[in-house]
Design a protein around this ligand. Structure first.
Ligand code: 6PG
Length: 242
């Protein structure tokens, strides 16, 4: 895996660095009169980034050109504590001047297969395609302690190369259904950023970067951007075995 690793002292500094990358990309796009299409992940880690964006970037970010999509969604209503959209709304969206027409959430509350098909069509319509595949400007990913990313789990590595760009997945332990972008569209993005903090992720990161045998079963090992490299933004704790 080709990767650029950026290590920061604290989770705050790590999240702030990612916020700066987003701002810089948004400024570039503004100059070109183009939108900035971002796919957001859920889970706990992005909460800090979202709060920083809400508190420090509400006025600085050209929100009118930012268009938000989701990397994955849990199959629950948006009001459920597990909803990735709900988490993003609570920590970010309700504080910043982003128009509803720039928010493209995955509907976790409807039939999952129908929604996966619907979201795939939505991406086809809303994004510019390259080689027939919709292209995101920025993919913001996290990584689980089992090496999963998006909702591509170790027992379902075939989602990395699926024909479809959006698929239904099942969490291997909780059995919760998820809707996820597949590796096909993730690895096609202009830039892929992993935001990973905390010591609980340190061993898996070491195994991935040092190519220890376990790396093969981790979906995160196979992720990159269209140019071939992913950007890892890590705090010291996550990086402490590298
Ligand atoms: C989700 C995700 C998922 C997440 C990782 C890391 O909906 O759970 O998008 O891929 O990024 O599980 O989650 P944490 O940040 O909670 O560790």
């Amino acid at each position: 895996m080709n990767s650029n690793i950026h290590i920061f002292e604290t989770p705050e500094e790590t999240a702030r660095a990612v916020a700066e990358v987003i701002l810089e990309k948004a400024k570039e796009k503004t100059k070109l009169s183009l939108p900035l299409n971002i796919a957001l992940s859920g889970g706990n880690t992005p909460k800090l980034l979202f709060s920083i964006l809400a508190n420090e970037y509400a006025d600085k970010m050209p929100w009118h050109i930012v268009r938000l999509f989701w990397v994955d969604e849990r199959c629950v209503p948006p009001t459920d504590a597990d909803s990735n959209f709900g988490m993003t709304y609570t920590n970010l969206l309700k504080y910043v001047p982003i128009h509803d027409s720039n928010i493209f959430r995955i509907l976790g509350e409807v039939d999952s297969q129908k929604e996966a098909n619907h979201y795939q069509t939505l991406l086809d319509v809303q994004l510019v395609k390259k080689n027939g595949i919709p292209k995101f400007d920025l993919m913001l990913l996290g990584m689980g302690e089992d090496g999963h990313t998006a909702s591509i789990f170790p027992d379902n590595l075939n989602l990395l190369h699926a024909e479809q760009t959006v698929a239904v997945a099942v969490h291997p332990i909780s059995g919760q259904k998820r809707i996820t972008l597949t590796g096909t569209v993730i690895n096609h993005a202009d830039q892929v950023i992993f935001l990973i903090t905390g010591v609980s992720k340190a061993t898996v990161l070491r195994q991935i970067f040092k190519r220890e045998p376990a790396f093969e079963k981790y979906p995160a090992s196979y992720i990159h951007s269209q140019s071939g490299a992913a950007d890892f933004y890590l705090d010291k704790a996550a990086a402490n075995e590298l």
